[in-house]
Design a protein. Structure first.
Length: 320
């Protein structure tokens, strides 16, 4: 049994990770300022004596903690609408916040896990993207607060690893979906599913030919835990995502089919610096973690549709 700190633990990914770690018999301390995470995501865990929650921003140093063996850093807004709404806070979280957590991990002798992102590759000029690719990022664009923030976070992690010998694990997360996504986070899967369930027009930015690779949340959490379990010297970074590539029109058609929706598609202007292609090369994950996704897109979308259908039904009942 390990004592594990999960920052951003009330978020979409963080809540699934907390749940899995508790199921494995660990003690879990969840830290989240609830700026994008939701207490509802972890409410079911509150009665577990092995779980505790602190509401705090990681930009502020955490108060004195008991022994911590592992730190999973998932703190940061991840959807463009959220991180662009407060770009300075996004940068602070991914710089000052990461400094604070690395210092804590070093003081505790803990292994540090950094949830990075495929956004470090920017609008890639090569596909699929391998970890050796340095990316094509606009450092002054509207997305740079997140893209560059995560790139700096990786650099800080590597500096701590090289200078202090801190065991660090870096993963680069590609598009992930599943239950507990925020309905209003502005990402394509949640947008299209909620619009389809409400019988609204489906909105696609650009002409719909841009591609993404969609990984179901359970598969991603498997990858997190396998990465944390690698030998001390292995840092990564490691791509975690589904290598199956779909354009957004294909995704919209699949969601219409699974929901029975007959809504038309409305095309909106493509946001600035929005990547045209996004597909991971997961050779390293297969070799080092023995990991690859297991959940098909149709299976994962059905689970996500059920979640949003229940959420919308509950919201309507609360309003009535």
């Amino acid at each position: 049994m390990a004592n594990i700190l999960v920052t951003g633990g009330a978020g979409f990914l963080g809540s699934h990770l907390c749940e899995r770690l508790l199921a494995q018999g660990n003690r879990v301390l969840c830290v989240d300022d609830l700026s994008t995470g939701r207490y509802e995501n972890i409410k079911r865990l509150a009665d577990n004596p092995q779980f505790s929650f602190i509401r705090q921003d990681i930009v502020d140093p955490l108060p004195g903690l008991d022994r911590v063996d592992q730190v999973y850093n998932l703190a940061s807004a991840a959807s463009p609408a959220k991180y662009q709404a407060d770009p300075i806070k996004t940068l602070q979280t991914n710089t000052t916040g990461v400094w604070n957590l690395l210092a804590l991990a070093r003081g505790m002798g803990a292994v540090f896990f950094q949830a990075s992102t495929s956004e470090v590759y920017g609008d890639p000029s090569v596909t699929p993207q391998r970890e050796s690719y340095w990316g094509n990022v606009n450092p002054i664009g509207v997305r740079s607060c997140y893209d560059e923030g995560k790139r700096v976070a990786e650099a800080i992690c590597m500096a701590y690893h090289r200078q202090y010998g801190l065991p660090v694990k870096i993963v680069r997360i590609f598009n992930t979906y599943g239950p507990r996504m925020a309905e209003t986070d502005g990402r394509v899967v949640s947008n299209l599913i909620t619009q389809a369930l409400r019988g609204e027009e489906l909105t696609i930015y650009g002409d719909g030919t841009q591609t993404r690779s969609f990984c179901y949340v359970d598969d991603l959490i498997d990858g997190f835990i396998l990465m944390m379990g690698t030998e001390r010297e292995f840092v990564g970074p490691v791509n975690l995502g589904n290598p199956d590539e779909y354009n957004l029109l294909e995704l919209a058609d699949k969601i219409r089919q699974l929901t029975g929706c007959r809504s038309s598609i409305r095309f909106l202007p493509l946001p600035e610096d929005d990547p045209k292609k996004r597909r991971p090369d997961i050779t390293l994950a297969r070799e080092k973690l023995r990991w690859e996704p297991k959940v098909s897109l149709s299976q994962g979308l059905l689970e996500t549709i059920r979640y949003f259908a229940e959420t919308i039904k509950r919201d309507r009942a609360d309003r009535d």
